[in-house]
Design a protein around this ligand. Sequence first.
Ligand SMILES: NC(=O)c1ccc[n+]([C@@H]2O[C@H](COP(=O)([O-])OP(=O)(O)OC[C@H]3O[C@@H](n4cnc5c(N)ncnc54)[C@H](OP(=O)(O)O)[C@@H]3O)[C@@H](O)[C@H]2O)c1
Length: 242
Amino acid sequence: MQRVVIIGATSGIGLQLAKLYTGNGDIVGATGRRAHLLSELEKQFPSQVVTECFDVMGSENIFHLESLIQKLGGVDLLIYNSGFGDISETLDWAIDKQTTLTNVNGFIEIVNYAFNYFVKQSGGQIAATSSIAAVHGNSQAPAYSASKAFMSTYMEGLHFKALRIRKKNPTINITVTDIQPGFVNTKSAKGKVFWQAPVDKASRQIFTAIQKKRRKVYVTRRWGIIAWLLKRLPYSILKKIA
Ligand SMILES: NC(=O)c1ccc[n+]([C@@H]2O[C@H](COP(=O)([O-])OP(=O)(O)OC[C@H]3O[C@@H](n4cnc5c(N)ncnc54)[C@H](OP(=O)(O)O)[C@@H]3O)[C@@H](O)[C@H]2O)c1
């Protein structure tokens, strides 16, 4: 039985992951801003779900996270899944600000805390839902692609940091999983959507990748090929599609 914190578990991928972990016999600490959805989840799994309602753009992330960890009696796995993005045709500051506060500020504050918590605990696992959008800058949603690149690069850095820590002290084992979905059928999918995966299929692949302690995973798998191609596209083509 694992104690799993899911930041952003009120809908879409996060909610589905919460159901997969409860189905697996784990206990889940779920968060989000929509209190009524958190209490529905708690009612559905009264002995397996505890919740904490907060906005990751606020200034009390660690207060709420510590309260949630206390309710769970500790934490073995933390998944940072909260995310925001929108099409920003006119480079709207309100969109860029919300994107950065959610996907960068909230993310780094919570994941930084989790990593240090796991060092003290001598082990644990961190996963974060980045995006295939991390691969290149995108003219439609520049802040979103930049924020997801930040997440993926930070997660890679933490992976290498965990390896170094383990080399010095083999009793400390922290694993880090960077999740890069393509389009998934949730309200977050915006713009020209294609190859959209059902949320249950995408979430199951994420669940399995975390269980296997994968360093990086593309969801669904075909997006791994797209990422490979995108990274190798000549600029003359990239400038027409990005
Ligand atoms: N759907 C896609 O095509 C796709 C593709 C690549 C990556 N992703 C990423 O996958 C993750 C999950 O998104 P989803 O597709 O499952 O969409 P979703 O149903 O909109 O879920 C987003 C989750 O993030 C939480 N959240 C958003 N802003 C928050 C805030 N300020 N404070 C706290 N929680 C917040 C939401 O909870 P509340 O609203 O209750 O706060 C919700 O639980 C996101 O990081 C998204 O960027 C999605």
